[in-house]
Design a protein around this ligand. Structure first.
Ligand code: ADP
Ligand code: MG
Length: 706
């Protein structure tokens, strides 16, 4: 139950005065774009901050106004010229002629309602108008003024107008009105920040801070360093750190177990492995072993670039758990990946006679019930699967180790929460991630989790040659593939992320597929998110077996597919992908012994950051370096890359700009929990409000379940 002071903030925007169905639709589109059906709420409006500021101070005369700037002018309406205008018979926009003592000016309206315009701008009346001044055919024009008011209505025209990101059909004025209504709903909330710390930073209260964020008075008020922004960013980071700290504490509190083994199974597996472990793999395993053998619960992140060999490490850790008499499970983010893990782990694990099974959403009926029974009886040592593993009715005889193959797809704290309540409670936890996460972000996504890094690639990998090629030279690229394929090479062709929409991504991939198929015939396959699991597998198997030479896909292959023979990666519209994603995709090749290449096809002209991104890709393959560059390039405001990389998305806080605040929030969260382990005392009430406000209330549920 959300505390009642916040109820008004979590109502849909429709509850605001002046927001009818039309505006509601637009606000849904603007504020909740990730789920088409989702409703924007009042709080979403409050988090929607201005990105600019317009000065609407009145310009004395028309001749003093500068073309291209926003001008606010006092004028007299002289004439209406409904569509047509100067040249007889020509159809055109509706124009309204206005003037002052210095010059004349045309207000230009496309598709306007004449009745409305006659009422807004009666001939002979004086009006205050504001908008962008342009020049066309030697005429001064103001197309679609932002504001038109009677002179005595000057008070309603803001002198400094905050400018918000908009969506087609929604104008700044309508949005500002809705935000003003939302601000009026903001209750005064008890302070959750330590008073000393707040005073030291000269921060306003939460409500004041939000009001100020929506009423900037200077450009500097829009920067991450503005006090109001700092305050709310800190709130958000504190909520994040507190939630993670609660989860970690829950997990740590449960007694772990000693999973110690003599290493028999592990030796059997190692003896049959076709390679020796890298130094990094050996180090990571030693760290994991120490955790497993200690009575404390393991809570460890295994970080390693694509291809760094995390699967084998996970298998060897699971072998230890099994030898110690427990069961282990490996959870993958997709069915495809779960199957792939099954294959690898069965192969490598064969030497140790491990009993391995697969559980995804697809197993049904007797197959499933047989599996469920075997699991409960302890006839299965290692269960590999998707989140289906944590469904109702799935019980282990004795689950000792949970490995979550994160692949940067899940909201981590949700996963951890699931672990804490689900059938994995009491089990040791290892999370693997292929996203090389910069240290700052590590803290925001995993809290104080212990981490092992696989920062060394298996030997013998050849560097991947990365080239950037403009789309209009696609023919050369295809010709190159033709030669390579004739020589037995295999290629991935990843199609653009058109929108965050499966349907559109699908259409783009389908079109490219048709084109390549016309050229290469049945050597081309297509996978995308809309294919049924079985069909997807069929295509993947065909590609892995070499029956297909070219695999066209949307970004579904991003996640961990392993086809060592594939040596060419084409990424179409590479400029639309984030660095983390480009890096992940490129990591699909360069896994075998062949020379590999990656071609980043882009549409010119490139934006400054897109150029930088592609440059970074050309310069380096080091995932940790790329991650740091990514963070720098993205800067605070740009969330797109963040969203794509699956890292937690902050609405207000931006990293690295607020890094110092993040550290402070972590320390504060620790202190709070050290003082009041259950957040039960009266002093914790404001903190609970904070968690609800930023929707980290799964932490609160967890404490209750506790
Ligand atoms: P990740 O999951 O980290 O992306 P994988 O575990 O899939 O990487 O390993 C990538 C490939 O490298 C696999 O084919 C695996 O068999 C191989 N591999 C793993 N460790 C080594 C090693 N020490 N030496 C050589 N090859 C290795
Ligand atoms: Mg892997």
């Amino acid at each position: 139950m959300r505390p009642s002071p916040l109820a008004a903030l979590f109502a849909t925007v429709r509850s605001l005065k002046g927001v009818g169905p039309k505006v509601e639709g637009l606000l849904n589109k603007l504020l909740a774009p990730r789920q088409p059906s989702a409703h924007a709420r009042v709080i979403d409006l409050l988090w929607h901050l201005p990105v600019g500021l317009i000065d609407r101070a009145i310009t004395p005369r028309i001749v003093d106004a500068r073309i291209g700037d926003i001008a606010t002018l006092e004028v007299t309406v002289t004439e209406h010229r409904p569509g047509g205008g100067r040249r007889r018979g020509a159809r055109g926009p509706y124009r309204v002629l206005v003037e002052d003592s210095s010059a004349a000016l045309e207000l230009v309206y496309f598709n306007a309602d004449p009745v409305y315009l006659k009422r807004l701008l009666p001939e002979g009346s004086k009006r205050l108008i504001s908008g962008k001044l342009e020049s066309y055919d030697g005429w001064l024009q103001m197309p679609h003024p932002d504001h038109v008011t009677a002179i005595d209505g000057a008070g309603t025209l803001p002198t400094l107008e905050p400018i918000y990101p908009l969506t087609a059909g929604l104008n700044n004025t309508v949005l500002r009105r809705a935000i003003a209504e939302a601000l009026a709903r903001l209750p005064s909330l008890p302070e959750w920040i330590d008073e000393g710390f707040r005073a030291q930073n000269a921060w306003p209260s939460f409500a004041e801070a939000l009001s100020r964020l929506h009423a900037p008075e200077a450009e500097t008020d829009l920067l991450p360093s503005a006090p109001a922004r700092g305050r709310v960013a800190y709130d958000e980071l504190l909520a994040n750190q507190l939630a993670l700290a609660v989860i970690r504490q829950r997990l740590k509190k449960r007694a772990g177990r000693r999973l110690a083994a003599r290493g028999k199974l592990r030796r059997e597996i190692l003896a049959k492995l076709p390679f020796a472990l890298t130094g990094a793999q050996t180090r990571a395993l030693a760290e994991i072993d120490a955790d497993l053998a200690s009575p404390h619960r393991m809570l460890r992140l295994l970080q390693g670039d694509v291809g760094s060999g995390k699967t084998v490490v996970a298998l060897l850790a699971m072998a230890t758990a099994v030898e110690a008499g427990a069961q282990a499970t490996l959870m993958a983010p997709t069915e495809l990946l779960a199957r792939q893990h099954l294959k690898t782990i069965s192969e490598f694990g064969a030497a140790a006679d491990l009993r391995i099974a697969l559980l995804t959403g697809r197993e049904r009926g007797s197959e499933r019930s047989g599996l469920v029974g075997a699991l409960k009886e302890g006839h299965i040592d290692i269960l590999i699967g998707t989140h289906a593993i944590f469904q109702e009715g799935i019980a282990f005889r004795d689950l000792g180790l949970v490995v979550i193959d994160e692949q940067h797809r899940f909201g981590v704290h949700q996963r951890l929460a699931l672990q804490a309540k689900g059938s994995g409670s009491g089990a040791e936890l290892l999370v693997t991630t292929a996203t090389p996460i910069p240290r700052t972000l590590l803290l925001t996504s995993y809290g104080d989790m212990d981490a092992s890094r696989l920062d060394e690639k298996p030997p013998g990998r050849k560097p991947i040659v990365t080239r950037t090629v403009p789309l209009d030279r696609i023919e050369e690229v295809i010709a190159g593939i033709e030669r390579a394929v004739a020589g037995g090479a295999q290629a991935y062709w990843v199609c653009p992320l058109v929108a965050e929409s499966e349907v559109l991504d699908f259409a783009a991939a389908e079109a490219r597929y048709a084109e390549l198929r016309a050229r290469f015939g049945d050597k081309v396959g297509l996978v995308h998110g809309r294919l049924a699991g079985k069909d997807k597998d069929r295509v993947m198997v065909a590609f892995a077996s070499g029956a297909l030479s070219i695999l066209v896909s949307t970004t579904v292959i991003e996640v961990g597919v392993d086809v060592p023979r594939a040596s060419i990666m084409i990424i179409e519209h590479a400029e639309r992908f984030g660095l983390a994603q480009l890096h992940q995709l490129r990591g699909r090749v360069g896994r075998g012994t062949a020379e590999s290449s990656c071609i980043l096809l882009y549409r010119a002209p490139l934006s400054e950051t897109a150029r930088e991104r592609l440059g970074v890709m050309r310069r380096t393959e080091d995932g940790f370096l790329i991650a740091e560059e990514d963070l720098k390039l993205r800067g605070g405001g740009q969330l797109l890359g963040t969203r794509q990389s699956g890292l937690p998305l902050f609405r207000i806080a931006s990293l690295p700009e607020h890094e110092a605040l993040l550290q402070a929030a972590r320390d504060a969260a620790r202190l709070i929990l050290a003082r009041d382990l259950e957040l039960k005392g009266p002093e914790a009430e404001p903190l609970k409000l904070l968690l609800y406000l930023f929707e980290r209330d799964d932490a609160i549920k967890l404490m209750r379940a506790g």
